[in-house]
Ligand binder design. Sequence first.
Ligand SMILES: Nc1ncnc2c1ncn2[C@@H]1O[C@H](COP(=O)(O)OP(=O)(O)OP(=O)(O)O)[C@@H](O)[C@H]1O
Ligand SMILES: [Mg+2]
Length: 292
Amino acid sequence: MARKVEGTTMTEENQAQVTPMQQIEPQHHADKAPRESLVTVDDVTVKYSGSTAVEGVTFDIATNEITALIGASGCGKSTLLRCINRMNDLIPGAEVTGTINYKGVDLYGEKIDPVQVRKLIGMVFQKPNPFPKSIYDNVAFGPRVLGIKEDLDEIVEKSLRRASLWDEVKNRLNSSALGMSGGQQQRLCIARAIATSPDVILMDEPCSALDPISTGRIEDLMEELKTRYTIVIVTHNMQQAARVSDKTAFFTVNVNEDDKRFGQLVEFDDTEKIFTNPSDQRTEDYVTGKVG
Ligand SMILES: Nc1ncnc2c1ncn2[C@@H]1O[C@H](COP(=O)(O)OP(=O)(O)OP(=O)(O)O)[C@@H](O)[C@H]1O
Ligand SMILES: [Mg+2]
């Protein structure tokens, strides 16, 4: 069922709403099989100021898997990713139609608080973006926003450990995060996302600003994280998608009769199938590098 959600601005009032999201416990299953759908994306279209950016996207995101979104620049990967935790609400003119369910709850339902959505579905961006604060304060930021005052030391340590950063920073927690290397900063951003106990972590080209060694560390980290979290990653790196992901969604840019360009999902399947025996010729051309 399609319905429209205009971009909204967050206010203290809607942040304070009690919502069905708060009644849903995150499920950190380490050994869950078979994989169930955690998030379902159904016929999602996103427009910016009336122009369609991506149209009619449908796929399921399974628990404790890594789902990769791939495709040429401008096909709507970031746009679609941002829908999953309602980040598009913050973009003026963005308009989302279709349905995104998280554990059966419509994320765009009237009573849903976007702040709670982003607590459960965190995000890591392309460019490491630590706040100009100490390492500790970066990780404690999300819990503090959520009003958590107790056990902050424990939360910070656990998050940094899970982000594979603790040993490198445990003696400099009060130093500025801006003094860290790019790879460390990105792992700090992952720790910051983990600190609010999310269920899902969205990553938009998390390695594109990193050197190969830092990239390898983040890829290893993703493998570890998926035992506890569900990950959706946008990447332009085909090897990375093939190496780390379980499922892959391939998007392309279409041109309509009015010469308007918009993104579409071409194929969604097991990563192995997408890279070895895709169903659609366009997927094959892209993954084999014939078109880019
Ligand atoms: N904030 C915005 N305002 C208006 N249009 C936007 C905005 N963000 C993206 N778009 C448009 O939406 C379409 C999809 O963009 P998007 O950034 O989602 O693509 P992408 O697949 O992530 O590309 P890339 O690989 O270059 O990051 C593009 O035509 C883009 O110009
Ligand atoms: Mg993008």
